[in-house]
Design a protein. Structure first.
Ligand code: CAA
Length: 263
């Protein structure tokens, strides 16, 4: 599929997906969501890719939300389908086996904030703004914001953001645990790439197991979560990367993880 609304590059185990409708502040329309879903399907099949970075084209926005021109004319049934399509696309992002980093370079509003929330962590430029402003349109978040935001920052903080529709600066977002680190705009992508490179050097099996263990465990009680962790730990130990990692330590050399899950 040829992409017009996103751009995708893959290099040294790192995929970088850029939302690419800068004139509309990278708003999520049907075409963009279709291309996004297609790109994620390709990424998830490519065993060589170990990390994904998401960012936005232009200097103003990561993603300024779902495309309001599409929302404005929806019937209630159409709105349900629209929300389902967005939730599925963002669900596919959260469901990626490999880690995903959001490099938020400007507005991350509505569906844009919801996109960032489905990544494993968020780096932001000091110009970034976060918010769920749907209340100002007479609607509510529909791509997972009422669910993922309270799970990340707590119900009270999420409700304040959702009820007021106010934007949070990068510093405010960091204070409530939405953002991990803040950088000057010109340094954001390099910082995300540096962390991605560090992650890409790890074993694929252990990266995927660690992500799965945290994510599944968060939706379970502690006893179940610990059982999930034990199983993932045992599976990891059977991987070639575990042989390489433990062997390299004992031989006092650096490990070279092949990430080959089939050997
Ligand atoms: N959908 C469609 N177009 C959008 C858009 C969106 N979400 N956000 C911005 N744009 C367009 C603007 O219409 C404008 O287009 P034109 O040049 O053709 O007029 C262009 O992008 C630039 O935007 P502005 O001129 O408004 O730029 P600004 O700097 O004055 O303001 C902004 C920036 C504060 C982000 C403002 O554009 C804004 O408030 N955007 C809407 C944010 C929003 O409400 N997002 C939630 C959408 S609903 C949603 O996401 C529901 C869900 O959960 C799925």
């Amino acid at each position: 599929m040829a992409y017009t609304s996103i751009a995708l590059t893959c290099e040294n185990g790192i995929a970088t997906l850029t939302f690419n409708r800068p004139k509309a502040l990278n708003a999520l329309n049907a075409t963009l969501l279709e291309e996004f879903t297609d790109a994620l399907a390709g990424i998830s099949k490519d065993q060589a890719i170990r990390v994904l970075i998401l960012t936005g084209a232009g200097e103003k926005a990561f993603v300024a939300g779902a495309d309001i021109t599409e929302i404005a004319t929806l019937s209630p049934l159409g709105a349900k389908q629209f929300a389902r399509r967005g939730q599925e696309a963002i669900g596919a992002l959260q469901g990626l086996a490999i880690p995903a980093i959001a490099a938020v370079n400007g507005y991350a509003l509505g569906g844009g904030c919801e996109m960032a929330l489905a990544c494993d962590f968020i780096y932001a430029s000091d110009t970034a703004m976060f918010g769920l402003p749907e209340i100002n349109l007479g609607i509510i978040p529909g791509f997972g914001g009422t669910q993922r935001l309270p799970r990340l920052v707590g119900a009270n903080r999420a409700k304040e953001m959702i009820f007021t529709g106010k934007h949070l600066s990068a510093a405010e977002a960091k204070e409530i645990g939405l953002v991990n680190k803040i950088f000057p705009p010109a340094e954001l992508l390099a910082a995300a790439a540096e962390t991605a490179k560090l992650i890409a050097g790890k074993g694929r099996a252990s990266l995927c197991a660690a992500k799965q263990s945290v994510d599944q465990g968060l939706n379970a009680d502690l006893t179940t979560g610990l059982a999930i962790e034990r199983d993932a730990f045992a599976l990891c130990l059977a991987s070639p990367d575990a042989k390489e990692g433990t062997g390299a330590f004992l031989e006092k050399r650096k490990p070279v993880f092949t990430g080959d899950l089939n050997s």
